[in-house]
Design a protein around this ligand. Structure first.
Ligand code: ATP
Length: 547
């Protein structure tokens, strides 16, 4: 992506510009902004809402409509609480949390960057005026190059909070430490010991706030797919291997929401559970189980002898191709294959697809081979059979599953970061200016085409422009703009990421000769090139590019 010459933009600066554009142009707003906002919650404005709908629709289309072997589900957010017991979320869906002893600010223990320096310890402090003593020990980390007084200042603040007016620090000793995560990286104050914090939002169903009525907002959409596995199987006439796809809200009471919308407390997921035969059944049926190709990835059409490993590789490749189809090229993505010791106990393999955000390379989607863990858990906890009778293999088994699980909001943020560009251009008067342009892939772009009558006070131009708008809008999102100079209108749409602009001018209405009548200028956002096309050809030119 091009940046203005000689001015490399720092990642933080780039992120600030992106956040500011999102607010200014109505992609993303802080939730409840007029009340000061609420941490971890975001709203999508007019452009963001369109972008989000496009992304979800494209995922749904590629997963369900374009495939024979995947069907959809739209389940409730609040489900029977026993589901979360069975899935393990009640007991293990928790993050380690630490608090700053001075500011009370909360951190996720595993997200604290290791620091080195000199740790100062005090056994307590004594009030120089009243003589009162506080015997609580405290510690602060002194970063290299800082004066010892700054650590003492932190300790003095701590003991002042404990009720001493003029604390004299007692029993000072020091120790060199390396790569410690015990101190607040912002002020050097000691943190509490980590405590586990369950991330599920809890509420009560019905008027009584008792433990029996406790319910949870789902922290993922996947469990609904597992618990409805039998119903979907019986009503959809699918046979294993097949999948169930779902898009919906998920809620996690994240300790430290951060990086804009990247880690939110309310977000949407797009999840597929793809049920496959256990390897023993494939082997019995086909004589052997295929292994992953030496090079390249398994692709369509799927084969009967695929076991979990090949299916998993197949889904990783499918997902990579889908990201490419919406404008995230392979060089913007990374695959992280989790190491054996990082895997959840039930997972056989997990690949994270990461995007290179300005704030770091971070997860967009996880693709896990989860064995038969989930269905088995629900069979055990509900007492209902999750077994499948495979007529072809004449075998009864609990299907295994491959789970590609993506976050809508993270993907939107990736698309926005990826699209943001600034370039130096020369305007009609020869003056250099910076053009901000969102280079969205036309498939995801919130508005597909801007319609511009050259002048708003020429009825013949306006009439024609409205006719072009009405011709295109049943098929794609158009934006009609007749306000201001044409160059300004182009720039506004560049910032919104609109890939095409159609200008209706005097040629269109035949004022410059009959040969140009019925033609318009089609402007391309990225190259800014303009071409003359017939109105009657517009739909066939634009439609294949935006669908
Ligand atoms: P992380 O390690 O970043 O917390 P995770 O591994 O717990 O994520 P999963 O449980 O695998 O995430 O959820 C699947 C997907 O849901 C993630 O890849 C991400 O895109 C999305 N997701 C998870 N948590 C959040 C969140 N707090 N905000 C936005 N999206 C999220």
């Amino acid at each position: 992506m091009s940046e203005p010459a000689n001015q490399p933009v720092k990642p933080t600066e780039r992120m600030e510009k992106i956040v500011s554009l999102c607010k200014r142009r109505g992609f993303i707003f802080q939730s409840s902004e007029i009340y000061g906002g609420i941490n971890g919650f975001w709203d999508y404005g007019p452009l963001g809402a369109e972008l989000k709908r496009n992304v979800k629709e494209l995922w749904w289309k590629s997963m369900t409509k374009m495939r024979e072997d995947v069907v959809g589900l739209d389940a409730s957010i609040i489900m029977h609480p026993a589901i979360w017991k069975a899935s393990g979320h009640c007991d293990t869906f928790a993050d380690p949390m630490v608090d700053c002893l001075l500011t009370k600010k909360r951190f996720r223990a595993d997200q604290i960057e290791p620091q080195s320096g000199v740790a100062y310890f005090w056994s307590g402090a004594k009030d120089e005026t009243s003589g009162k003593e506080v015997c609580e020990p405290f510690s602060a980390l002194l970063a290299p190059g800082k004066p010892a007084e700054s650590a003492r200042k932190v300790a003095t603040q701590f003991y002042t909070q404990r009720g001493l007016q003029a604390p004299a620090l007692l029993g000072e000793r020091t120790e060199k430490v390396e790569n410690t995560t015990k101190y607040n990286p912002e002020n050097g104050a000691l943190l509490t010991e980590p405590r586990m914090f369950n991330l599920m939002f809890k509420s009560h169903a019905g008027p009584v706030e008792s433990e029996e009525n406790a319910v949870y907002l789902r922290p993922e959409t996947a469990q609904a797919i597992f618990v409805q596995f039998k119903n979907v199987l019986e009503t959809s006439r699918q046979k294993v291997p097949f999948g169930i796809a779902q898009i919906g809200k998920a809620f996690r009471n994240e300790i430290n929401p951060r990086n804009y919308t990247f880690r939110s407390r309310e977000f949407e997921q797009m999840e597929l559970e793809f049920f496959i035969k256990p390897d023993e059944v494939v082997e019995k049926q086909c004589g052997s189980v295929a292994s992953l190709p030496e090079s390249g990835a398994p692709t369509d059409p799927p084969q009967a002898n695929w076991g979990w490993e090949v299916w998993h590789g197949y889904w990783v490749e499918q997902r990579m191709r889908w990201y490419e189809s919406i404008g995230l090229t392979r060089d913007t993505l990374e695959q992280y294959w989790q190491k054996k010791e990082e895997l959840a106990h039930y997972a056989r393999a997990t690949v994270d697809i990461l995007y290179k955000f300005p704030f770091g390379t971070q997860e967009l989607e996880g693709i896990a081979a989860r064995g038969c863990f989930d269905l088995t858990q629900h069979q055990t906890h509900s007492g209902k059979s999750m077994e499948y009778f495979d007529q072809e293999a004449t075998a009864k088994y609990i299907p295994h599953v491959i789970e590609p699980s993506a976050g809508v909001d993270r993907l939107l943020l990736a698309l926005i970061c990826n699209a943001y560009d600034e370039e130096e251009v020369v305007d009609e008067k020869g003056k250099a200016e910076v053009r901000t342009v969102m280079r969205f892939h036309p498939r995801v772009a919130p508005i597909k085409v801007g319609i511009f009558p050259l002048l708003r006070n020429k009825p013949a131009l306006v009439e024609k422009a409205l006719a072009v708008r009405d011709l295109l809008r049943p098929f794609m999102n158009v934006f009609y703009d007749d306000a201001g100079a044409i160059g300004r209108r182009y720039r506004r749409q560049d910032e919104a990421g609109t890939p095409f602009g159609v200008t209706i001018d005097f040629d269109t209405i035949g004022e410059n000769g009959p040969e140009l009548e019925g033609t318009v200028t089609l402007r391309h956002r990225d190259s800014m090139k303009q071409e003359r096309v017939k109105i009657s050809d517009l739909l066939s030119i634009l439609l294949p590019q935006v669908q």
